[in-house]
Design a binder for this molecule. Structure first.
Ligand SMILES: [Zn+2]
Length: 139
């Protein structure tokens, strides 16, 4: 129990599904990954927590972090100055990539993240985004 995060915790509720034509891109592989992502969110992630100044062991700030032991996915909502077009969804896709492809290295997960961020449809992105807690400190 960590009360530090209590405010921004999103306890995972009932599984939510996004089926049908509306959630298809026309690319069978992209759609397959989209469905696996939704499945992972529904079955593997217990909570998604927004955390600024997100760090893990190193001093380097992180955009996202998956903690398999606690089934917690951390996302950093902060937009740093050097990142002009930071989108938290991109970090979410990245961490979901780690969950789905556990043995894939960081560099290659970055490639997957970029490919998917371009190929997922607006509807698919909206579906994924709907799981990210609202950033109350951001106006
Ligand atoms: Zn990573």
């Amino acid at each position: 129990m960590n009360t530090e995060f209590a405010e921004k915790e999103l306890p995972m509720q009932k599984p939510r599904h996004f089926y049908g034509k509306h959630y298809k891109s026309g690319d069978a592989l992209v759609d397959w990954i989209f469905r696996r992502f939704i499945e992972s969110i529904n079955t593997k992630i217990k909570q998604i927590v927004l955390k600024r100044r997100l760090k893990y062991e190193t001093e380097e700030l992180l955009d996202g972090l998956w903690e398999p032991n606690t089934h917690t996915l951390y996302l950093n909502p902060a937009k740093y100055k050097h990142k002009k077009s930071y989108d938290i969804l991109q970090s979410f896709i990245h961490e979901l990539g780690h969950i789905l492809f556990e043995s894939i290295r960081e560099r290659n997960i970055n490639q997957l993240e970029n490919i998917l961020f371009e190929k997922l449809t607006p509807q698919q992105k909206r579906a994924l985004r709907s799981f990210i807690p609202k950033d109350e400190t951001d106006s």
